[in-house]
Design a protein around this ligand. Sequence first.
Ligand code: NAP
Length: 493
Amino acid sequence: MEEARARAGEVGDIVELRLDCVEDSDLLTRLQSITGTQKGPFIITFRPSEQGGHRVLSRAQREAFWRGNWDSSRTALADIESDLVCDPESPFFDGPFDWSRVIVSHHDFDSVPENLEEIYERLAVTLAHVVKIAVQANDITDCIRIFKLLDRARKEQRNLIAIAMGNAGVATRILGPSRDSFLTYGSLDDESATAPGQVTARQLRSVYHIDDINNDTMICGLIGLPVMHSVSPHMHNAAFSAEGVNGVYLPLEVRDVEAFIKRMVHPHTRELDWNLRGLSVTAPHKSSVIELLDWVEPDAREVGAVNTIVVQDYELHGYNTDVHGLIEPLRKRVGSLNGLAVAVIGAGGAARAAVWALQRDQARVTLFARAPTKVRSVAQFSDVPCEPLEAAVFRDFDVVINATPLGSGDYIEQTPAVAEQLAGARLVYDLVYNPTETEFLKQATKAGCETLGGLEMLVAQARLQFELWTGKLPSSTLMYDAGLAALSVPLAR
Ligand code: NAP
């Protein structure tokens, strides 16, 4: 615990000590040693399991703990649950604390309660210096009520920590302090996160630069499901810093894209006052988002996918930078695509974009897929020949592109083709970027082919997104290095 506390002190302004995690017999000794050596301020919690703590604790145990162990002369803030503080029958209702050091807290690990505002009012009338409300966001639109509560507390000059827990609530953790949340919580590392959706304290500072976020900060983000694994926040936030743009890029876990666009994004209908400039769009929303936009560039409409949204005056504009992102690294390797024989493996969104872009550049494209019906759906907008993937031989192709998820995630050990099938092809291009060296690329190397990984495409499409939002084109090397460094460090659980 002492080692963890020291590490936490290096990245956080305030360290929270979860004393409910410490065995009873050690508690007093530990607390005395900590209060004697802790330099900065810290928060003590002693939470029962039903309120998110680590142990079953009776009310009598909790009352005895706070009576006996909290020394108000030290620098500690006491985070005490509202059932102890707000009950007029409780001995803690109007004493015996130094209330300037008390945080009165309410947690809901299931949802955002209907009576959120009532709960706030009940906590706000106590003598506690700070009110804390942490509730579970089951949808990103749950963040709206949290931000509105922060607005209200600011107007009422009441210190409030308001957090929406869960991946859908990450925006409240990152933007909270800029909207006057008294503080935000970051975990020491991914394993030690004490609440779902918690980002590490180091990432709050080094990736999101939360100390620099203010009312003027341009907000961008990635919408999709899932998004917490994405390296895009690392790349875009590095570019904001390098380009000197006051901006932040967040992972935004969105299930219901229609509700999100209506309630949080579109300037005519949104319920949240925030400086949102643009969004990256990933699976599963790239196609369904199109009908929610005011204008879509012709290429994106033709491909049937938007991966970038720009909030332009009072309208939402849609673009597809994947198309360019996919082709740019390929052109760098092989020059003109005109007349080149290219095999595209897969029949999903990435394959559609690849076929469209390659045909536009006069390449001779053949599609390989496992499911003939899906192949036909790709072929609907082109005259591309379609072949079964099983037992395909690629020796007559200049380029072979993997546009399936094989080699990543649950399919990490799989490959759409082995060395014997790839032998004779000039360049093998895997759109998968995590891991950087996939089984497909290993097989290609074994077959003597040149290889190209998906991170270059990710960077190329991201640079164009950044340019659409800011008018500045950041360095590819900077974004590539930020993406590469992040691949081994996920943003949150
Ligand atoms: P998607 O729309 O879900 O399509 C995936 C395709 O892969 C489907 O056609 C699917 O076949 C096929 N597939 C899945 N498992 C297969 C298997 N065992 N054998 C043969 N085919 C299989 O996904 P997507 O958006 O096109 O993305 C595909 C990959 O490209 C993902 O790994 C994604 O991360 C990557 N990507 C990378 C970038 C980048 O910037 N580097 C950008 C976009 C996408 P069925 O149609 O038969 O289901």
